[in-house]
Design a protein around this ligand. Structure first.
Ligand SMILES: NC(=O)c1ccc[n+]([C@@H]2O[C@H](COP(=O)([O-])OP(=O)(O)OC[C@H]3O[C@@H](n4cnc5c(N)ncnc54)[C@H](OP(=O)(O)O)[C@@H]3O)[C@@H](O)[C@H]2O)c1
Length: 281
């Protein structure tokens, strides 16, 4: 397959490039400098030039707190960018797979959010991602929208991705004990996106590692257990004490009610965490 990956310097994009190359794809992985997805003409020209079989959109404005003040930049990538790619894909009959977020939900529900729950995004980043979903389906009826959450992986700069390094260096960390999600290893998400590109699935699908999910402190404690780190370094705090600019859902655990032929659940999150730790050694 000829696969175009956007946002190539990003965490999930790098995992996608590695996976797609491993399975023999001809990969064009374009960084923001090489393709700004907010630039409609540039997107059109690139897709026409490369004629990929699939586009995996991993470019996004992902600074959740920064989005509260950088609204225009956030919307440019997360709404206009997604629309531009979805349109170009439709024009050239290219499979289009883009990523959305668990943050489209308010977090007030107990239990798991499925594709049948109604989004109620809070905060600029969350609203932009939801509008990106709407833009994708409006521009391209065959678009695949993968909602995921609590993603971590090699090269990631978010808390879940760097915790093991901090603990390994003997640094104390504050981990929220009252926010719950379903952790997702970037490598597993990347594989599933490529599998969905090769399938005939269209619409929204939730993709996370399997299991009951956890809190940030649950994740930290599991890391300490698996990596042999000192648990005393983990201070459990309430999310409210961190006083972050953007709201976050208290519970954004995802589950899927969609069935895709030949695609089962991803591995359990604890198994995925073991593989991540091994890959970081
Ligand atoms: N990380 C999570 O926990 C999480 C949870 C749910 C959903 N997601 C979604 O998963 C996807 C991948 O996230 P990630 O964690 O891999 O993000 P990431 O590491 O922040 O990577 C995003 C990449 O997109 C690039 N980018 C930003 N604006 C762009 C534009 N206009 N044109 C082209 N590239 C642009 C960024 O480049 P610069 O660095 O130069 O800006 C960066 O390299 C995103 O859609 C995100 O919303 C992430």
């Amino acid at each position: 397959m000829r696969t175009l990956i956007t946002g190539a310097n990003g965490m999930v994009a790098r995992a996608a490039k590695e996976y797609c190359e491993k399975i023999g794809d001809e990969v064009a992985a374009l960084t923001r400098a090489e393709l700004d997805i907010a630039d409609e003409e540039a997107v059109r020209a690139r897709v026409a030039e490369l004629r990929p079989d699939a586009i995996l959109n991993l470019a996004a404005f992902t600074d959740v707190d920064g989005a509260e003040t950088r609204i225009e930049a956030c919307y440019a990538a997360n709404v206009a960018g997604v629309r531009n790619l979805a349109l170009a894909a439709a024009e050239h009959d290219v499979r289009f797979v883009t990523v959305s977020t668990d943050y489209v939900f308010s977090g007030e529900k107990d239990g798991f959010y499925t594709e049948e729950d109604v989004p109620e995004p809070q905060g600029i980043y969350a609203v932009s991602k939801y509008e990106g979903e709407l833009a994708a389906t409006e521009a391209n009826a065959e678009a695949v929208i993968v909602r995921s959450g609590w993603i971590y992986g090699s090269g990631g700069t978010n808390f879940l991705s760097v915790m093991h390094r901090l603990l390994g260096e003997g640094k104390a960390i504050k981990a929220i004990s009252d926010a719950f999600g379903t952790p997702t290893y970037a490598a597993d998400l990347a594989r599933r996106m490529r599998e969905l590109a090769a399938s005939d699935f269209t619409g929204i699908i939730h993709v996370t590692n399997a299991g009951d999910g956890t809190s940030y402190s649950g994740f930290a404690n599991k890391l300490a257990e698996l990596g042999g780190f000192d648990r005393e370094l983990i201070e459990e705090v309430s999310g409210e004490t961190l006083k972050r600019p953007a709201p976050r859902p208290r519970n954004s655990r995802l589950a899927t009610v969609r069935e895709v032929k030949n695609l089962g659940a991803l591995p359990n999150w604890e198994d995925a965490l073991k593989r991540f730790l091994l890959s970081e050694k």
